[in-house]
Design a protein around this ligand. Structure first.
Ligand code: ZN
Length: 59
């Protein structure tokens, strides 16, 4: 059975794992209107981010 000749360095493994990203986008609910939105993004339906209005609400 094939066995690795050398122990892989911490950097080598970590560099490979930089490409391991979440495949499904994270969804949170808006605090003001409850619509599904992405974290760290203004809500697409009401435009609120952390209690502030970022743009005119889409109505
Ligand atoms: Zn909202």
């Amino acid at each position: 059975m094939a066995v690795p000749k050398r122990r892989m360095s911490k950097m080598k493994g970590r560099k490979r794992r930089t490409h391991y990203t979440a495949l499904t986008p994270t969804v949170v609910t808006c605090a003001s209107c409850g619509a599904p939105t992405r974290p760290h993004f203004a809500c697409p339906s009401c435009g609120q981010y952390r209690g502030r209005q970022t743009r005119p609400a889409a109505e």
